[in-house]
Design a protein around this ligand. Sequence first.
Ligand code: ATP
Ligand code: MG
Length: 390
Amino acid sequence: MKEIILLKQGEMVLKGLNRRGFEDKLMGNAKRRLKRYGIFHVYTRQSTTYIEPQDEGCDFEGAWQAMGKLFGVAGLCRARACPKDKDAIAACAQEYLGSQLASASSFKVESKRADKSFPLTSIQLSQYVGSVLHQAFPKLKVDVHTPALTVHLEVRDYDAYVHANPEPGAGGLPVGMGGRALSLLSGGIDSPVASWMAAKRGSIVDMIHYYSYPYTSPAAKEKVLELARLLIPYTGKQCVYIVPFTKVQEELRRSCPEALFTILMRRFMMRIACRIAEKNGIQALVTGESVGQVASQTLEAIACTDAVCTLPILRPVVGMDKEEIVQIARKIGTFETSILPYEDCCTVFTPKHPRTKPKPEELVEAEGALDVESMVADAVANVERIILDL
Ligand code: ATP
Ligand code: MG
């Protein structure tokens, strides 16, 4: 009989009265992700979301991979449906979980009965199936406290289901429950991870990238778009804003002290991002900064960039070591693209001796030589907007 997918909700089960909203969002996100894999019936009962293929043409494997990247899901498992009869259930468990039962050192059976007309109680069903499995796999020990394998049985309205231990899901909260954020996406390792972490907490994440043609190549821009695409299985639909940044950088080089260049440039990035965010109903910015990593990431430098920003700035990787960030980048599949050797607009005009402890007054003074408002307005007016979807 058919196989289905069960999604176990994570933290959202703690959500009291709001919980329904979280569940609906989770199901909506699941349905959107599943569309390309065929027709699935999606519904939720008792903190579990059920995903049932509706015909033979469904790409079950594709759906399974996609659900493993759905935020809001703490754990997921495949389950096999079978008729609601104790012998059919035992035979299904023996066959479907055969290889796991053969290699496990110990097991127990746990049953849930949504259909109260089923003739056995949950405990009777567990005992019955447990004894059948024990006979079939005599080496297997019963351990009700810390079993290596738990065989789960669920008797529901139309069918019974058999499954083993859930695998870890993507965690977090359903995207769409945490407002909308704008992530400053470079071609580096850190900002894709930061974007992923913001989406994990339920924010819709749009991307903004500053592009310095001809100092940086079209391939560098394409690399950033590829990073954004790699995140779509997690974030869902994204809007990517590509900001032409060359004029701003040339003006800074012409008019301002070289040692302050990086931090001035970052202040312009923030101003432009805030302007675009406010125009598009976005509530916060996200960056891949972590404290102390480079000259522009000292607390003094961070204070100087934040001073021009009108929105909160989330820095999800702020306390992480590079190695921890790399681990996540590998897990989510962005690392290999991030390390492709294309230049970033930040590296094009890097000062020889950047100031690591700039003072806000110095920056205000340096910016006195500029028409800040028209530089920002000009960049915003020339933004390219690209929609990326599943
Ligand atoms: P990353 O690995 O994310 O590039 P990094 O360690 O190289 O980070 P910086 O180059 O100082 O650090 O950049 C800090 C943050 O500023 C980045 O994580 C990103 O959020 C943002 N940023 C840098 N360059 C750009 C860019 N060209 N477009 C958009 N955002 C950028
Ligand atoms: Mg970088």
